[in-house]
Design a protein around this ligand. Structure first.
Ligand code: PLP
Length: 395
């Protein structure tokens, strides 16, 4: 289906899919194959001489995976997308494809911690240097750019857990003042429904498709979107690293994305209502949600996003154990990492991603013991509020 001019909900359902599919099925078949066979040597020659388009071997491509890629590219308004076995596989493969020894990366310090770990520790071993800058400090970001050396600016928007929103217009202006620099935005928390960084001139957008795109807490995948030339090069490199996703997962992703628009709108609505409710609750010290006027990124988010997302972070009055009692008393959200699925998940970052750190070390990086991250699912909003209300009585 031609997606030009179509709305995102239509693209989510039909985008990237051939109109006529094998067996006249309405759904995309799962092409579960490791390899592809050639009719004869003439076809083999035609393939290697690029006179025909076809698959060769599973690590280089798969028709079900290609449809999932084209659907994501259509949603993000990208020339191409490449799919991977996880969000981290998308990030690491892309960075290894784009960077070489002697080059430099500028990254905001609130990027996903495994991305930071890869950039600062692993890439460091291969001679790629990185400078971390505070989110929102665009002067520091520009000052960190090294002429001729800096190849990439990496930022996330919104971020975890404080939901800082990067000003994409500002980032693009900075990039345009420096030759050879590209911008990669991890837009996992936003999805193409809430934010389309490529429309602002960003070069590359990454998604952990494990989260909202898959949407059901039942698959791991990642995607990178950008212009066709860069994506083809990254896809070729994926064929070397082998960070491919299988056809079954790609099918589940295609199926999940069909309801992306519905789910994200529901999660946006619930999150805003819950954030406002929490802000008025006497046992809640502070709420972080970019849809609230009180959030530092509210103005940027209002300009740049169509919705504010399904994650709300908040500080509950009390210490680590008081807050654990609140978490344990919740009956609907379950305790677990991740976000973006139909099931709500709740966690104390101090006891999840930052468990191995002391309270002091956590405070150094801005993670307080009484911080809660609530990743809202698609359950009834009032049921969720009622549940939070009874659970807060435990504090
Ligand atoms: N980017 C962000 C913002 C994330 O939150 C995560 C995972 O939590 C990742 C990337 C990594 O994705 P995955 O878990 O699919 O490898």
């Amino acid at each position: 289906m031609a997606t030009d001019g179509k709305k995102l909900s239509t693209i989510a359902v039909h985008g990237g899919e051939p109109r006529k599919k094998a067996g006249d099925a309405i759904t995309m078949p799962i092409q579960s194959t490791a390899t592809y066979v050639f009719e004869d040597t003439a076809e083999l020659r035609a393939h290697f001489e690029r006179r025909i388009e076809r698959e060769e071997y599973g690590r280089y491509g798969n028709p079900t995976v290609s449809v999932a890629e084209q659907k994501i590219a259509a949603l993000d308004g990208a020339g191409g997308a490449a799919l991977f076995s996880s969000g981290m596989a998308a990030i690491t493969t892309t960075l290894l494809a784009m960077l070489r020894s002697g080059q430099h990366v500028v990254m905001t310090s609130d990027c996903y911690r495994r991305t930071r770990q890869f950039v600062t520790r692993t890439l460091g071993k291969f001679g790629v240097e990185a400078t971390l800058v505070e989110p929102g400090d665009y002067e520091a970001l520009e000052a960190a750019i090294r002429p001729g050396e800096t190849r990439l600016i990496i930022a996330e928007s919104p971020t975890n857990p404080y939901l800082h929103v990067a000003d994409l217009e500002k980032l693009v202006e900075i990039r345009d003042r420096h030759r050879g620099v590209k911008i990669m935005i991890d837009s996992t928390f936003a999805t193409p429904i809430n934010q389309k960084p490529l429309d602002f001139g960003v070069d590359l957008v990454v998604h952990s498709a494990t989260k909202y795109l898959g949407g059901h807490n039942d698959l791991l995948a990642g995607a990178i979107c950008g212009n066709a030339g860069i994506i083809d090069a990254i896809r070729d490199f994926r064929g070397v690293l082998g960070s491919v996703v299988d056809a079954n997962t790609a099918y589940m992703l295609i199926r999940g994305i069909k309801t992306l628009d519905l789910r994200v709108h529901r999660q946006n609505d619930s999150a805003l209502q819950i954030a406002r409710w929490l802000e008025a609750h006497p046992k809640v010290e502070r709420v972080y949600y970019p849809g609230l006027e009180s959030h530092a990124s509210h103005e940027v988010a209002s300009r740049q996003m169509h919705g504010f997302g399904g994650v709300v972070s908040f500080l509950v009055e009390g210490d680590l154990d008081d807050v654990s009692r609140f978490i344990d008393a919740c009956e609907i959200p379950q305790i677990g990492p991740s976000l973006g699925g139909v099931e709500s998940l709740i966690e104390q970052p101090a006891l999840m991603s930052f468990y191995e750190l002391t309270t002091e070390q956590r405070l150094d990086i801005g993670i307080r013991d009484n911080l809660v991250r609530f990743a809202i699912g698609i359950e009834d909003t009032q049921d969720l509020i009622d549940d939070l209300e009874q659970a807060l009585e435990e504090v």
